[in-house]
Write a protein that binds this ligand. Sequence first.
Ligand code: ADP
Ligand code: MG
Length: 608
Amino acid sequence: MTRRHLTLICIAALALSWAWLPEFTVTMFSYIGLYSMVAAGLVMLTGIGGMTSFGQAAFVAIGAYATAWVCTSPAAAAALGGFVPAGALPWVGLVLGLVLTFAVAWALGAITLKLSGHYLPLCTIAWGLSLYFLFGNLEFLGGQTGITGLPALTVAGLSLASPRALGPLIWAALLLALWALHNLLDSREGRAIRALKSGRVMAESMGVDTARYRVKVFVLAALLAALSGWLYAHMQRFVNPTPFNLNIGIEYLFMAVVGGAGHLWGAVLGATLITLVKEQLQDILPKLLGASGNFEVIVFGLLMLFVLQRFADGLWPTLARWSSRFLKPEPVRAPKSTASLAGRTLPPAGTLLLESDKVTKRFGGLVANNAVAMTLKAGEVHALIGPNGAGKSTFFNMISGVDDPTEGEVRLIGETMNGKPSRDYAARGLGRTFQHVRLLGTRTVLENVAVGAHRRGRHGWIASMLRLDRAEEAALLAEARRQIERCGLGAYADVPAASLALGQQRVVEIARALAGQPAALLLDEPAAGLRHLEKQALATLLSQLRAEGLGILIVEHDMEFVMNLADRITVLEFGTVIAEGTPAEVQVNPRVLDAYLGGSDEPVPMAA
Ligand code: ADP
Ligand code: MG
């Protein structure tokens, strides 16, 4: 039995026993379904996307209030002009709720998601509170009393008035949402989403518009919350501000975190546990203490503390590890490759690819790059060398759009690139690696390399959710695997990237850059940490790429490696170019010798 089988069996068991479950259990399950929906959005947003929100309850409120207003207000009835039969009003409410949520979330997201660190969660608290008080103070939404008299949902003439009737709709919506989110994560777009948490600089360099993706994840989570709110309103048949206060917003976050913030099913686990524990505590504590009061909140807080102390990643990973003893692993279903990927015709050898014109970078008083001029042509290996701190990595960031030069101009295949984001560089044909490797450590080598091919796919979020991207996805993964094998890491394609030696992780970065089919390749210390034979293999690969017409700019400390491989060498010292020429010329240049030997007579090897 695999995990998928077990999931299907559990769903079938719940469906078959639904009619016989006690009223109370049915109600509990319905609430759990509603909470899970919000928590699943938070798993995407917080656990996977790395953006903490305490304010999701506000979006639940928008979903609930929108339908309450449409279904009960005379103004809404007048606006709809009797065109809509009474039974269809809730569906108008749903559309209104989703549209409003979309607009509010997009606006809030565009403003708040620019904030980093603690400011983002603080901001979500701020607007969570504002929206809560807004709902309590709006006269036409009933103020603190709220709105009563909501109709029950009807589907195909069937009234879903009781939780027993509505529950299946709630769970169908939840399972459908989980399925769609699962599909989304298992796609090109999902890989980009996973990079939002810890790999934004990397993802941008691979062509991902991370700011836009962050807003989209935020909107997605908000829409799930609004859907939950709509169902909630028609289950309760009345709405008031209380269930949407900040406490509940915090509780939703707890559900996602306790369940296992990085896992979709963790949302269901967290929602179930917290709903049940709260229910039990509310029951037991007053009897135990002989007094009434909100004691459960206190005990609840202590329990949270304990769980988060013991299970930092939530309970789901622990449960999954334990269950893997009984469950067979999921068979890998490799879709057949049919789609062809966007390709690039490399410019002919000798074409000027990259040009830096008097590029200067100042960090405060420190001049890290001083009017650096350099060119890279198609079909050559150009090495950039210099002692530690000479400004090589800074220069890489200048010419790849990761950072902007203070002065000077950068041109990529004839186009001035100043002020453009690094994803535009990627789009124009630049691939790069980072001195400090930027991989998604828990994801496989294959997935990491596939991020490099992001730009070559076309399918978006909806297509990915509906699995319409499979042919393209197969082509992307096949391309990633091809680059991994080409770089000699075929045996490691399916292991987590973090399990590789650091030197190998650098090679993974090269494979990732190659998956984007670059014309110009920037490698920051690719041979560091490699053993002798691995260095030879890397040199062979780079020679081969040069023969294919790529222009390669390489920063490297291993002088033997550089001298044997490079066609031209530029030497930096204190941010200034002190020499440029063929390896033979540079090796005898007195200024270079001076920089490396520091004017001493000792025969120091030429490595910094
Ligand atoms: P290299 O890669 O040649 O070893 P770097 O480009 O990393 O050198 O650094 C060049 C100089 O710029 C160093 O003195 C470094 O401390 C400084 N530097 C690099 N990045 C920053 C930054 N973000 N802020 C301030 N100083 C920096
Ligand atoms: Mg460096």
